[in-house]
Design a protein around this ligand. Structure first.
Ligand SMILES: [Zn+2]
Length: 282
């Protein structure tokens, strides 16, 4: 455990350098680069030809330290999921530690740093492959082709919607640079009171959360609902219409949340495996 915090300090120092590099890169940008943002009031009302520099300080803007894989980190260090009451405090400590680092950097520089619960989108696959290459296959930690977004409960872990949202709320309030939580739901059209109850719970307990539902469409047979993921003969994950067996991605519309937005493109193998392993929370 001692070694963990030592390595964490080293990694945070590296992140700090990278973020400062981005800050330096932004310095000197002219307001003319995006007039709607910088000159006409969307973000500020600077003069033509003026640099955006003064907006990079004093909390007017933030620079975000993105993180992902809190689940895997906690699993490796404690042998447990961060939903386990014995492991939750460590998970919260990791979040608080990153916040403390951001606060320290902010004090030193007057640049507002904050931590951002990154969905890492397709990078999830790259990260997973890099971890496997470096550390090998560690059961429950590096044995997937994806790593878990931000502070999220692992997608395959059975947990009800309300417990998930209540647990994740603790982490979301420590992810002030940005975060989203979701619950995975089946077709709720015949149970609107349940939808309202979840929304009410979100309103009372967590800042930003959403319901993930499926509204896929097969252009070959007109099927509307959830298009599933199956393994083809060489082990590749492919999308297949449950009604007609269509596997042509150009002839189907699939929508899934892979970050704050609902994406309608198709995803790499790592992200596809993650989507496939999602459990329902309601
Ligand atoms: Zn079909």
């Amino acid at each position: 455990m001692e070694n963990f915090w030592k390595i964490f300090d080293e990694r945070l120092a590296l992140c700090h350098r990278a973020l400062l590099y981005r800050h330096e890169r932004l310095k000197g940008t002219l307001s003319d680069a995006a007039p709607i943002l910088w000159q006409y009031g969307a973000i500020a009302r600077l003069k033509k030809g003026e640099t955006i520099d003064k907006l990079l300080y004093g909390g007017y803007s933030t620079i975000s330290l993105g993180y992902a894989g809190l689940y895997e980190c906690v699993k490796y260090m404690t042998g447990k999921s961060h939903t386990d009451p014995e492991a939750t405090p460590f998970a919260l400590d990791v979040m608080k530690y990153m916040n403390a680092a951001c606060d320290k950097w902010t004090l030193e520089s007057n640049i507002k740093f904050s931590i951002y619960g990154s969905p890492i989108e397709s990078t999830t696959y790259k990260f997973a492959k890099c971890l496997q290459k470096r550390f090998g296959i560690i059961e429950g930690v590096t044995d997937k082709t994806y790593i878990t977004n931000s502070y999220h409960v692992h997608v395959s872990e059975p947990i009800d919607a309300f417990s998930k949202l209540a647990l994740e709320a603790q982490f979301q309030s420590l992810s002030t640079g940005g975060a989203i939580s979701y619950v995975e739901v089946p077709n709720m059209q015949d149970n609107i009171p349940a939808v309202l109850q979840v929304i009410r719970f979100i309103y009372d307990n967590i800042m930003y959360a959403e319901l993930n539902t499926k509204s896929d469409y097969c252009q070959c047979c007109g099927f509307s609902g959830e298009i599933g993921i199956v393994e083809d003969t060489d082990g590749k994950l492919v999308w297949e219409c449950p009604k007609c067996g269509n596997r042509d991605q150009d002839k189907m519309n699939v929508a899934r949340r892979t970050c704050g937005y609902i994406g309608t493109q198709f995803w790499n193998q790592g992200r596809t495996q993650e989507i496939r392993e999602r459990v329902l929370h309601l």
